[in-house]
Structure formats: structure tokens, C-alpha cells
Design a protein around this ligand. Structure first.
Ligand SMILES: [Zn+2]
Length: 179
């Protein structure tokens, strides 16, 4: 991991959140250690989920991002796993929230790390992708973080239009496995 980006936690967290000391030192293991009170805080990956959903024609369901980061870019439906939520619960919740779809079956596909830049700080994420089967597309409706949706033949997806590196990687792996 390179640590040069100005919005990385290393370059933003200047004081110990426990005692306010300025001797809150970033370590090589991506943790901060306070030299005054001993507080030791790790920067971990946040978990997020992404769904690979095909329609009956074998076209992949993509969303168009409504909000920053990467507003307007193509994305897979999904989002952050809430605190103390399982990835399975997050998958079902996000697909319902973004597209009003109900997942019938799912299977883990692959994971890919990402840098998620939001409101002045970078969150490191681990995006968990699942192959999903949907009960019915009849009531599909974009909402929440999704401005719109589109079904595309996997081979015709322009990866330049996909905002996140992790999602590009996941779609590329998916295409490779299908070809
Ligand atoms: Zn402290």
C-alpha cells in the first residue's frame, strides 16, 4: 500500500482520539500508536458487497452511480456491510434498497480491494462479489445510491466507464470465467 495520498488516514489523523496527544504515530502495520496513553488503533479494510446478476438473456445488471464518489460511473449493485451485519444480510439489503429486487440464491465469486474516497478521507475496502439469482425482475426500480440500471452483454461492458478499480477487476474476472 502506498501512503502518499493526502487523504489517507495516515495524513489526516494527527491527534490521539483518546487523550488528544500529538504523539499519535503511524506504524508500518497500518496502525496508529499513542506514545502518551498507549492507545493502539488499526486501519482495517471495510467490507462491502457487490452482486453479479444476469437476466434470462445472459446480460449483466449494472447500475449508474447517483452520488459521489464516482458519480455517473457504472457500478455493480451493492454497498457497505453495516457494523455487526453479515455479508449475506448486506447483499440482500443493498439489492432490495438499490433495485427493489429479491435474491433467491447466491454464491461467493471473488473479492477485490478498493480505495473509496469520500468526504475528504480514503476508506480501504474489501469488495466481496457474489453471483446472484433473482426471484423476478418485474418490480425492478432504481433507488438509493443507484440513479439508473442497465443490462449489458458482459463482453460489451466498457471497463473505462466503471468507476471503481475493484469492480473493474471483478467484472474482468467474471468475463474471463464466462469466455
Ligand atoms: Zn493517547
Amino acid at each position: 500500500m502506498d501512503n502518499h495520498e493526502k487523504n489517507y488516514p495516515k495524513n489526516i489523523f494527527k491527534y490521539c482520539p483518546g487523550c488528544g496527544s500529538a504523539d499519535f504515530i503511524f506504524q508500518t502495520d497500518h496502525s496508529f500508536k499513542c506514545l502518551d496513553c498507549g492507545l493502539h488503533y488499526y486501519i482495517n479494510s471495510s467490507a462491502s458487497v457487490a452482486a453479479l446478476i444476469e437476466n434470462a438473456d445472459g446480460n449483466l445488471l449494472l447500475t449508474r452511480r447517483l452520488k459521489d464518489p464516482m458519480k455517473g460511473s457504472l457500478d455493480l449493485p451493492g454497498g457497505f456491510v453495516d457494523v455487526l451485519e453479515t455479508a449475506e444480510e448486506a447483499l440482500k439489503r443493498e439489492i432490495k434498497e438499490e433495485l427493489n429486487l429479491e435474491i433467491k440464491e447466491f454464491q461467493f465469486f471473488a473479492s477485490s480491494p478498493n480505495r473509496y474516497r469520500f468526504d475528504g478521507i480514503v476508506y480501504f475496502t474489501l469488495d466481496l462479489a457474489f453471483l446472484c439469482k433473482i426471484v423476478s425482475f418485474d418490480d425492478i426500480k432504481p433507488d438509493d445510491d443507484a440513479a439508473d440500471y442497465i443490462f449489458l452483454p458482459p463482453a460489451q461492458i466498457n471497463l473505462e466507464e466503471v468507476g471503481f478499480e475493484s469492480i473493474k477487476n471483478i467484472i474482468a474476472s467474471y468475463r474471463k470465467q464466462k469466455s
